[in-house]
Design a protein around this ligand. Structure first.
Ligand SMILES: [Cu+2]
Length: 87
């Protein structure tokens, strides 16, 4: 399975014990469309395997194969039109 790319939204993580989970607090989201916008931008970041985002509480949780660079995530959220800080 090495070398196979998973879709970021997928739940196919086969190395869960090695996953890095990082949480951010996002401000400005109000509905499901906001969640989708954030999700689609964050999904472009290398190594991202799973994304959980909630407009209700503003929590963005990212599961990745390697540790994330905060600046990449903050830029992705900014691209979607919102602000994020590392939680
Ligand atoms: Cu919205």
């Amino acid at each position: 399975m090495v070398g196979e790319r998973n879709t970021p939204e997928g739940y196919f993580s086969r190395r869960d014990s090695l996953m890095t989970i990082t949480t951010y607090q996002v401000t400005g989201m109000s509905c499901g469309h906001c969640e989708t916008a954030v999700r689609s931008e964050v999904a472009k970041i290398d190594g991202v395997e799973r994304i959980d985002v909630s407009a209700t509480d503003g929590v963005l949780t990212i599961e990745s194969a390697t540790p994330l660079v905060d600046a990449d995530v903050l830029a992705a959220v900014d691209e979607a039109g919102y602000d994020a800080v590392r939680a």
